[in-house]
Design a protein. Sequence first.
Length: 285
Amino acid sequence: MEIRPRLSPEEYAVVQRYRNNRETVPIPQQAPKILLFDIETAPMKSFLWSIWQKGVQPDQVTNDWFILTWAAKWLFDSKTMSEGLTAKEVRKESDSRILKGVWQLLDEADIVIGHNSDKFDIPRLNTRFLINGMGPPLPYRSIDTLKVARKFAFTSNRLDQINKTLGLPRKMETKFELWERCVNGDEKALKKMLKYNKRDVNILEETYLTLRPWIKSHPNLGLYLELDEPVCSNCGNTNIMWKGHYYTGVSKFRAGRCECGAIIRMRQNEFPKEKRKTLAIGVAK
């Protein structure tokens, strides 16, 4: 699989400005390497005594879950990468072939983005990597847009409903029948599942970029770019309007707003050193 080179910090700043302004221009791969990804899995099959049964014992499971498809794209890149099982592989419940590609992408990424990825996609992929005798990818930082969404008060935190509320592109309509046909080895269904998976990754990019200014725990892109001037910790842009200060209980920091909308602050304490000894603070509870 092709691994694209990183851009220089200067090239990254240009790419970021184009993306913020939503201009229609060819955009190359940027650094740091930020990967959006999503997986689709086969449902488990089991014997049940009742549709109201609260628990299923392991020995009631006749067919375990496995990866049906995966899709991924580098942030701002026009190319969406994906792989899916063949009907023969589904019947064998063998996902070893398609795991290699997504493993390589995760191994190359600095930051990965998914929706409910911390609880679902990443643990599921790691489980299948382990079962198939693969080692862990190199460390990466994770951004789960579901966790970000929960900081708000959306009526539903499902990706499609969030995008509907925000006026962003929507998911492709599907029913459980599609998963049923896939596990039965229906080639047309498997192709449709791959298309559905790729669509999810593409709309996730718009979700992430819309939520990005609000992500207070976003990995600091300044650590990757290593520029000699301040950059936005969320997007890496140098176009920052400095205005006012951010105050803690004992410190004062220069604050500003990035072109992407994120609020950032400098790390250097601007409260005069000579006045710190006269600064009083409240008594701890």
